[in-house]
Ligand binder design. Sequence first.
Ligand code: ATR
Length: 273
Amino acid sequence: MKKVFAVFGDPIEHSLSPVMHNAAFKALGMDCTYHAFRVSRENLKDAIKGAHAMGFGGLNLTVPLKEEALKIVQPDPLAATMGAINTVDFKCTVRGYNTDGIGAKRALVDAGVKIEGAKVLIVGAGGAARGISFKLAGDGADITIANRTPEKSIQLAEDVALVGNARGCGLDKLDELIADADVLINCTSLGMHPQVEATIAIAEQMHSGLVVFDIVYNPLKTKLLKEAEKAGAKTVSGVMMLVYQGAEAFRIWTDVEPPVEVMKEAVMGALRT
Ligand code: ATR
């Protein structure tokens, strides 16, 4: 019988996960299907229970459900320290994982970054920054988190310091911080459609030794990535984080090697339409 997979969230209509996972299932000839469901925080417990009862293969969770899920599902150690779950597996017990940070890490490694010892500057201190900073700090990167509201980045850095090197600050010394960084990651929504001219930094602030990673993938080439190219820096698109977090979830649910190129093409195709 066809195995059903799903993403729960609210809003959910623009999720690219169905197109990405269905392309993967099709390419591998797996009798599986993936759908998006609008689920509110209040209904998450019932929805997870229902999916489990109906024999779903696995779930992804997105905004605003990732933190709420910790009260419902047994998290693995990484998801527990991050305080957020984006993947639920039903194989043995109902178990929660967080593949967001792993997705970001894979995208950076693809671009030739050696995580251990890398000086990583993360701008923003929301959920995305949390997932990425925990994973990279745990793998030996030296993390600086700069945020418009410094209280938030200082607090996040204190949490992250439990697993590695991290410090938090405001945006006032951004020029010096970028000059000193190996990797710059935008974890704010700046540059996202329709505010496509917004950017956390311009070419003059960047250098050619920098790898610039933007978690914003709509548009595919953000203002930040255009400016980074002008500075001679290497760029990494947010699409790759989306693809790799999905690929990791796919691996957890199915124990099958995910077809990363197929998943990437499916997402790029959907973004171009
Ligand atoms: P997510 O969970 O996707 O990371 P979020 O929790 O809303 O989203 O976090 C958005 C981040 O972008 C925050 O760090 C926010 O800064 P504040 O903590 O000061 O609100 C940052 N951000 C959003 N708009 C910004 C802007 N115009 N300039 C600088 N930072 C901005």
